[in-house]
Write a protein that binds this ligand. Structure first.
Ligand code: NDP
Ligand code: OXD
Length: 311
């Protein structure tokens, strides 16, 4: 490898990454821990780099995202846009996301909270599913790498599945809606709505009062994409009015979610700390080193972000 790698991760994360990345043969510096010469850095690896820092590396050849989402890079006004930004795409990540989505759909569909409450009172309360699986519609906002795996998994569980994306998709057994013109029709057919969109100027606050109003009464919302997709006060109002039956939120506008945020204590919200999927250091290292090898051969690495689209 020509040049070194700079790891820009929160304090304490470096240990998991430095050793696996050094297998590539280059030096790996953890920013904030190891002293480094900016001119020596050829590759940067991060999730949410400190704004302005990447612009201080004069010989940077590529930036690797430890996540699938790259909004944490593109909010930096000084991000060096002429350099390839390569995102993490891997079945290990898609699998975990699909598992999380299926878990939260199934918990509500099988009315897990009802049975937990009955057990808490030592009550034997049998009841049927409120709605047959084959009559339950799950919609995926963002039918990309992760959304497609979520859709296939939920389809295989017997749900009626649809997806919305910018371009039309062909996924067996999944109805594809495309573009802004088909958003209302898509929303109208979602008993469960799962957001797996990238966060871009076009998708910011896409989960808002207006879009919630297009969902059927009693719909359940799952946001596993980014906190910036959701207008939090609009969600609380839609839950409190009874229009939505509940929500699972894994991502938040402010992370960590402040203790004072009412979301923590809302009876209709399940909140988890951005753990729907966690990047595996082994899998990500494999893909970063493969990307570096491709660049050094003069080839185009996979999963380069389209700067025009922002994902
Ligand atoms: P992809 O880029 O593969 O897929 C994005 C999908 O969204 C595509 O289908 C794309 O349409 C669609 N899309 C984007 N913009 C629009 C728009 N304006 N209108 C309609 N559709 C749009 O991303 P991934 O599936 O790999 O990842 C999705 C997101 O999941 C990440 O950006 C990240 O934020 C989040 N994530 C969260 C994790 C967590 O732990 N909570 C873990 C991993 C990811 P088209 O295909 O037509 O371009
Ligand atoms: C990602 C994430 O974008 O973990 O991969 O949020």
């Amino acid at each position: 490898m020509t040049g070194s790698i700079l790891l820009l991760v929160p304090p304490g994360w470096g240990g998991a990454w430095q050793q696996p990345l050094s297998v590539g043969g280059g030096k790996v510096y953890a920013q904030g821990v190891d002293p480094y010469d900016p001119a020596e850095i050829a590759y940067a690896v991060s999730f949410r780099p400190p704004p302005g820092l990447l612009a201080t590396l004069p010989n940077l050849k590529a930036v690797f995202s430890l996540g699938a989402g790259v909004d944490g890079f593109l909010i930096d006004p000084d991000f060096p846009k002429h350099i390839p930004l390569i995102r993490f795409v891997d079945m290990s990540l898609s699998d975990e996301m699909a598992q999380f989505a299926a878990l939260h759909v199934l918990m509500q569909h099988r009315t897990a909270p009802f049975f937990a409450a009955a057990q808490a009172q030592s009550k034997w309360r049998q009841r049927m599913l409120p709605r047959a699986t084959a009559d339950t519609r799950v919609g995926i906002l963002g039918l990309g790498e992760i959304g497609t795996v979520c859709a296939e998994r939920l389809r295989d569980l017997g749900f009626v599945v649809s997806g919305w994306s910018r371009s039309r998709k062909t996924v067996a057994g999944v109805t594809s809606y495309a573009g802004a013109a088909e958003l209302d029709a898509f929303m109208a057919g979602c008993d469960f709505l799962i957001c797996v969109l990238p966060l871009t100027p076009d998708t910011r606050h896409i989960l808002n009062a207006e879009t919630f109003a297009k969902l059927p009464k009693g719909a359940y919302v799952i946001n596993i994409a980014r906190g910036g997709h959701l207008n939090e006060p609009d969600l609380i109002r839609a839950l409190d009015s009874g229009h939505l039956s509940g929500a699972t939120l894994d991502v938040f506008e402010t992370e960590p979610l402040p203790e004072s945020n009412p979301i923590w204590k809302h009876p209709k919200i399940i909140a988890t700390p951005h753990i729907a999927a966690i990047t595996s250091p082994l899998a990500a290292t494999r893909s970063i080193l493969a990307g570096i090898a491709a660049l050094e051969r003069g080839d185009r690495p996979m999963n380069i972000v389209d700067m025009g689209r922002g994902y």
